[in-house]
Design a protein around this ligand. Structure first.
Ligand code: NAG
Ligand code: NAG
Ligand code: NAG
Length: 684
């Protein structure tokens, strides 16, 4: 009997429970914790429709959620939008508590404008945040999500995922313009923002997970179940020995730290977006431009901001126009509907009047009977990196561009913008594009790239403040073409010796490195320029999850052995930790595939290209190449000492040509060849 009691006790303390029948009691299923969502709203009529739609879409039982919304000091329809939304959806929630004050005026007494963070404004916000926190405690909420009304949680599982992490305070990392986000990695002694080396890898999602940081703000989930959480406050006056600024978020973070409550930012998923906050001296109207930037960013990432049908009336779009061009074309494959829809969303947001041009689908081309289309491929054409012949998709792509050039000449379009359908517009696109149009009006131009893959950035010469003379580059994401330019391209008769369109253009402006190909085109007098910086980027980078390339995926004209390329996964490549330590890693899968195909040189370039894309800066390409070469080198069985000489030569070359790592290509090959020889040797 005593033994039995003891056994029960032991079981009790070891945490697992047993029933009288000796069976495990398992699978008790619990309801999700209760969460309060608190929002302060001021002049957010433009962001609220999206914000509230994202809240509506959260994949969390609404009867476990309550909303606390306060709005005052407005000069727009914020209150109306909130009320409209609440009319439709409030009844689904455990509770929706809205307080508004329309008689509070538009500005605090000491405010210069509605975005000026005056002492009175701070005091007011601190008081309201404290009210929200008190309310949550009184409601016995398990969690409180303190969120700003211009945060767009496009990922519906954000709340569920954050709650499941069991962290005391957690913020979903929000994507914004450039380097801005809702966390800090460092704080100065006087409590201000400090840039540290940890920041960028987290913000760019090169390192993923939940990270302990000194500050999170804008969207913050607080676990109110711990005793320590009772100490949390936004009010500097409640914090003992506090000598920091009268600022709600700084007070909150500093006080949390004083009570050993840790703040985390999580970037293990793409959770959502938030605009960069305006500075005191900005025009409050630029808030609209910031929202537009975020909307185009979200579209470019394939997750446009959702919009509830009942709130559509509160969203205004600009009038459509042609941006000073005679015509704007978008080339789109009929079967790529989802891309067209995303592009059309971008056009609607930007006010771009675009003509849809149905692309020639490589899949429908009979590659054995190109003669019927009067096409002859360039003899012996090989892709310089992959050493493979031209693909059906590339032929289709060429024809699509070609037919547009014909239409330009036929319709005598003076200036035409040609866009592909997998592009992402940079922030402030409209202003930047119109600035480009003004600058090129002083130039004698045929072709102006607005998106391409730059290969030799540092050697390109500026022509005007925002244009360069492009050197050899890839891609045809977007370009302006003059009527004269179109005539020149057609006059070269490229269908008689076709090669990919992004090889053809550099030949025509006489910057192609391959003399054999160039010799096929006698007149190479296209006056080419490029926007600098570029105005469109690809939506997905090669190898990234979700990447589909119409030209890369289609069947080879003749079968080539190296099919591994498209299977390289973005995440595998990301383990290549170039700048943090000397630890390199390429997954076994990738390595084995390379090993069995014997295509190391290609693989190095593949990895290097992808890593470099991920840095999105050619400046880092040296590190990227080195990373890739080393990654593969280290993936080979050790010891690799016999190849040290080649490795040293390669490294010396990188050091000497830091900005032009392509010059070391031959040494990469030698190094890889040696490594492979050695690997084969040690395997046998
Ligand atoms: C508990 O749930 C899991 C997953 O739903 C299931 O696989 C398992 O068989 C369940 N165990 C019991 C004892 O019911
Ligand atoms: C609304 O704002 C005015 C001016 O700031 C203030 O006097 C009044 O007390 C507020 N009303 C409520 C209900 O808070
Ligand atoms: C140019 O391309 C041809 C055909 O693919 C190839 O044989 C030749 O080696 C290339 N020349 C250079 C200098 O890369």
């Amino acid at each position: 009997m005593e033994l039995f009691v003891l056994a029960l006790l032991v079981n009790f303390f070891s945490g697992s429970l047993y029933s009288c029948y000796g069976e495990d009691i398992k699978n008790v299923s619990y309801k999700l914790p209760t969460v309060g969502i608190s929002v302060l709203v001021r002049n957010k009529a433009h962001t609220l429709p999206y914000f509230l739609t994202c809240i509506r879409d959260l994949d969390y039982p609404k009867n476990r959620l309550y909303l606390w919304i306060h709005s005052d000091f407005n000069e727009d329809k914020s209150i109306e939008v909130i009320e409209k939304w609440a009319d439709k959806y409030a009844s689904l929630y455990n509770g929706v508590h809205i307080t508004t004050n329309s008689s509070s005026g538009r500005l605090h007494k000491d405010e210069k404008s509605s975005i000026h963070w005056s002492p009175e404004h701070f005091k007011h916000v601190i008081r309201l945040r404290e009210n929200a926190l008190e309310f949550a405690r009184k409601m016995w909420a398990d969690y409180l999500l303190m969120i700003d009304a211009d945060v767009f949680l496009t990922n519906p599982s954000t709340l569920k995922e954050l709650v499941s992490k069991g962290l005391p305070i957690a913020a979903p990392m929000l994507v914004s313009d450039g380097l801005y986000s809702n966390f800090w990695c460092g704080m100065t002694d006087n409590y201000y923002y400090k840039r540290t080396d940890d920041y960028k890898p987290i913000q760019r999602m090169e390192k993923q997970g939940c990270f302990e940081v000194p500050m999170v703000h804008t969207a913050v989930l607080v676990d109110l179940r711990s005793r320590a959480s009772d100490h949390l406050t936004y009010n500097p006056e409640k914090i003992r020995y506090y000598d920091g600024p009268q600022d709600d978020i700084i007070a909150f973070a500093v006080n949390a730290k004083n009570h050993d409550i840790t703040l985390f930012v999580c970037n293990d998923d793409l959770y959502g977006f938030a605009p960069v906050p305006l500075e005191d001296n900005h025009d409050p109207k630029s808030d609209f431009e910031q929202l537009l930037n975020i909307k185009t960013e979200a579209i470019g990432r394939g997750s446009p901001l959702p919009l509830d049908e009942h709130l559509q009336d509160y969203v205004k779009y600009p009038d459509l126009w042609k941006f000073g061009c005679s015509e704007i074309y978008m080339i789109n494959l009929e079967r790529r509907n989802e891309r067209r829809e995303l592009m059309e969303l971008s056009f609607k947001e930007l006010g771009m009047d675009v003509k849809h041009f149905m692309a020639v689908d490589g899949r429908n081309l009979d590659m054995n009977n190109l003669k019927d289309l009067s096409i002859t491929l360039m003899p012996n054409y090989e892709d310089p990196y992959h050493k493979r012949p031209m693909k059906a998709g590339e032929v289709g792509c060429f024809l699509s561009h070609y037919y547009i050039w014909e239409e330009i000449v036929e319709k005598r379009h003076a200036i035409t913008l040609v866009l592909e359908d997998d592009i992402h517009f940079v922030p402030y696109f409209r202003n930047r594009f119109m600035r480009l149009m003004r600058e090129i009006s002083t130039l004698d131009w045929d072709l102006v790239y607005i998106g391409r893959k730059i290969l030799l950035d540092d050697e390109e010469q500026y022509a005007t403040q925002h244009t360069t003379r492009p050197l050899y580059s890839y891609w045809t994401l977007g370009y302006l073409l003059s009527e004269r330019g179109a005539r020149k391209l057609l006059a070269a008769r490229p269908l008689d010796r076709m090669l990919p369109v992004d090889e053809f253009l550099p030949i025509m402006f006489d910057q192609h490195p391959n003399a054999t190909w160039k010799a096929h085109f006698q007149t190479r007098n296209i006056e080419a320029y490029s926007a600098a910086p570029l105005l469109v980027h690809p939506t997905h980078y090669t190898g990234q999850e979700g990447y589909i390339s119409d030209t890369e995926d289609s069947d080879l004209v003749t079968d080539a052995p190296h099919h591994y390329k498209n299977e390289l996964s973005f995440f595998e490549l990301f383990h290549c930790k170039c700048h943090e330590s000397n630890e390199y890693y390429v997954s076994e899968k990738v390595y084995r595939r390379a090993f069995s195909s014997g295509a190391y040189e290609d693989l190095v370039w593949e990895v290097a290209a992808s890593v470099r894309e991920s840095y999105a800066e050619l400046r880092d390409s040296c590190a990227a190449l080195q990373c890739a070469a080393d990654a593969l080198g280290d993936a080979l069985p050790r010891p690799a000492a016999p190849c040290d000489e080649q490795r040293r030569a390669l490294q010396a070359c990188y050091a000497a040509h830091e900005l032009q790592p392509l010059k070391c290509h031959h040494l990469v090959k030698e190094f890889m060849r040696c490594a492979r020889r050695h690997a084969l040797h040690s395997h046998s």
